[in-house]
Design a protein around this ligand. Structure first.
Ligand code: SAM
Ligand code: SF4
Length: 337
């Protein structure tokens, strides 16, 4: 008879059936967004009036506490645009105060950064990823649907001024659109402590032709970097999915996020909770497990942890993107990318 590995018994640690341990939670706190990125929400955010509202501050704090109790060390706040929430600072503060949480990260479109980044720093946000799809204001407007390039760039400068030592910048490079800026992005990080992350366009339920027209393989970019003297780095425990490259002539780094690459899932260390309280084991291809009923009182913490642990045992070994299965996700704004 096959014995159950002792590591998997009990609910104290988040280990799945493939012995992957989860230290990193991506927590979406709203689906709402004020941008209309062509690959995400081309028609803007459409509120669903008959659906439950987003998690409250107490619900968010409880879910974060449960994950921290089970060994989570890093929580990323995402969305939609997380900073649109009026209680965003309180959310960040509550999570930063939870024992065991060492990093509170934020993914933002940068809209509020110039004005609010100092407050975020004081609230306990330890790292920021900001999306900048183009260094050309017109192209930025074309992709995001909003004419805020200058503000976002000034927001990044402000983040350095208030004490962030490194900023990560996300860009979805698309064929014959912003991919012509690849070298410009490299030049941009030559003297800046920015990790420039190129995210390969992912196919979601709402796009088909768009994907085939614009998808650019991350491998093409990896080959370019290697031919220009960049070297791939080793990963740390709580690192995200990016392959990081460094070059001795550059202060900044390059990160490549290549979800279509074989073995992308082998090093998966992330779980997700949606803005309405569902646990998602993978970005793609499943319904989500309801947690909200157990977020109504502190007394349910043990049950909540048991449910999370039980659900994790059903996590698949890998996604099925290669087979064209983009799952139920209409767009990434509903789960945070
Ligand atoms: N609104 C914030 C932002 O844009 O940074 C946070 C949420 S957004 C869904 C998180 C990340 O997902 C962004 O960097 C965005 O570029 C990326 N993203 C959204 N849809 C994508 C897609 N179809 N393929 C690849 N990346 C995508
Ligand atoms: Fe909004 Fe982010 Fe989606 Fe752009 S990528 S539409 S900023 S949620």
């Amino acid at each position: 008879m096959q014995s159950i590995p002792i590591k998997n018994v009990g609910v104290s640690r988040l280990v799945d059936a493939f012995q992957r341990t989860y230290y990193y939670l991506r927590l979406s706190i709203t689906d709402q967004c004020n941008f209309r990125c062509n690959y995400c929400l081309p028609n803007g955010y459409q509120p669903e009036t008959d659906k439950p509202s987003f998690l409250t501050l107490s619900e968010i704090t409880r879910v974060a506490q449960a994950f921290a109790n089970m060994g989570t060390k890093k929580i990323r706040l995402t969305g939609g645009e997380p900073t649109l929430r009026k209680d965003f600072t309180a959310i960040a503060e509550n999570i930063a105060q939870i024992k065991g949480i060492k990093q509170v990260a934020l993914t933002t479109n940068g809209y509020r950064m110039l004005k609010d980044v100092e407050t975020w720093k004081h609230a306990g946000i330890t790292s920021i990823n900001v999306s900048v799809d183009s260094l050309n204001p017109k192209m930025f407007h074309q992709i995001t649907g909003i004419n805020k390039f200058e503000e976002v760039i000034r927001g990044i400068e402000r983040a350095f001024e208030v004490g962030y030592e490194k900023i990560k910048v996300n860009s979805v490079l698309m064929k014959n659109l912003n991919d012509i800026e690849f070298n410009q992005f490299l030049d941009w990080v030559k003297h800046r402590p920015i990790q420039m992350r190129f995210i390969e366009l992912m196919q979601t339920g709402e796009m088909n032709n768009f994907f085939h027209r614009y998808h650019l393989s991350g491998q093409v970019l990896a080959d370019k970097l290697i031919s220009q003297g960049w070297h791939q780095q080793q990963k740390m425990l709580t690192d995200g999915p990016a392959k990081v490259f460094k070059h001795s002539d550059y202060k900044g780094e390059i990160g490549l996020i290549m979800p279509y690459e074989k073995n992308f899932c082998a090093s998966c260390n992330r779980l997700r909770v949606s803005s309405k309280g569902k646990l998602h084991l993978c970005l793609f291809g499943e319904e989500g497990i309801e947690l909200r009923d157990l977020l109504q009182s502190d007394e349910h913490q043990t049950l909540l942890q048991a449910r999370i642990f039980a659900a994790l045992q059903g996590k698949r070994e890998h996604h099925y993107l290669h087979q064209g299965d983009s799952g139920i996700r209409n767009h990434l704004a509903s789960i945070g990318g």
